[in-house]
Design a protein around this ligand. Sequence first.
Ligand code: SAH
Length: 253
Amino acid sequence: MNPEDLLSRIRVVLCRPSHPGNIGAAARAMKTMGLSDLHLVAPRSFPDAEADARATGAVDVLQAAKVHADLPAALAGVRLAIALSARRRDLGPPVGDVRAMAAQALVEAAAGEVALVFGNETVGLSNDEVLCCQAAVSIPAKPEFSSLNLGAAVQILCYELRMAAFDAAPPTPDFRATPFASPTATVEEVEGLYAHLEAVALASGFLNPAQPGRLMPKLRRLFARARPERDEINILRGLLAATQQPTGHGRKR
Ligand code: SAH
């Protein structure tokens, strides 16, 4: 796949942006680097004249932007979501290196849609938002002042992606592929598994809703690391569904 086509498969998701100017700056940053698929989760004000003004020649990216009520909706159809965070976090996927992640994002883009997920200007990404992602990156910065402007963070990621896309490095083969491999599960499919696991954990009494602890975040971390295939999700959901039946095969009579 040619580099421009790969870049067109990478979406930028801005979670709860408060300043319309930053939405415009993000659109411009994207267009200069060959990205165009902008998604907004609950923007405070959009469309907005300030966004148009900051986008200048990239108003087309703003006009095509899709607005969603929450992050799972913005990640529909995505196979890999990467959280951008300036802070170290106890929960969520391990934080990777920007350059290595840009290269991986392009390999993944050859197989499907990839999302870069950015947080709100004041509070960043919530833990729930980070837990919707399978990977995380932090832009290296001075430790005492590491929080970049949102538009600047988008620009750096888009630049790194463009550099990686045009590096002429052939996409690395997927060594995990086996003759019986099925496609990597989408974010929606993995979310379906989490909901199912939680339902069974609650119904069985394993999970006490009054004291949930870190069960679900830990399970999310496990599956984010594993990057399960669609068939694997189906097996696990089939197994869970079987435990929800009053009787079934293999049960002791
Ligand atoms: N005060 C917030 C930062 C908000 S900056 C916090 O402490 O999390 C807005 C967004 O830009 C962040 O949510 C993140 O997505 C991105 N960002 C800013 N600086 C970054 C950095 N050094 N590395 C990765 N993402 C960064």
